[in-house]
Design a protein. Sequence first.
Length: 217
Amino acid sequence: MAASTSAREEILARIRAARPDGTVPVPRDYRTAPAGNQVAAPADAELLELLVDRLVDYRATVRRCAPQELPEALADLLGEVPTVVVPGQAPEEWLSTYLGRIRRDGDPEPLTVADLDAPGVAVVTGCAVAIAQTGTLLLDGGPDQGRRLLSLVPDHHLCVVHAAQVVGGVPEALARLADPTRPITLVSGPSATSDIELDRVEGVHGPRRLDVLVVTG
């Protein structure tokens, strides 16, 4: 035991000796916009096309609609889903034409894992920002997104993305976040994994089905 302790102290002493004495400067000049001539406006048609292309490639279902068509489009995508969960502060008009059961998280109590994992439950959320280049939706717990649990447990996630929320790359997306200290959920298609033989399995770590409704105009 003494020899083991001595070796440990020797290793720690070497680490301490190798560490710098003062504060180490950390560069903070991160890239905050696309490089070169890839600059595009947030609602640029090419960005929307790129986002849709990436999402479809990840096996998400994507549909577009005008703002006034949002309730009908949501109801159509949900189809015969019997129960829909929404964050407590999600707009009421979203599901104004949906005929099934609506459960608001936190009304009156937060929904449990068992509630969210029940058969036939889908969740509808918004997003904070969407990245066209990677086909990624960022959820940061905003009013129309709610707790991370909502988008991770149900088997079916439907996400509403407004055209103005779409940006080109990751640096722009992070700069858009209202509070960068919030926990962030990154969604790039339905949850999926594969084994060493590349057999794809969906729904292991999150929703098996992802629908994205892109609201244009």
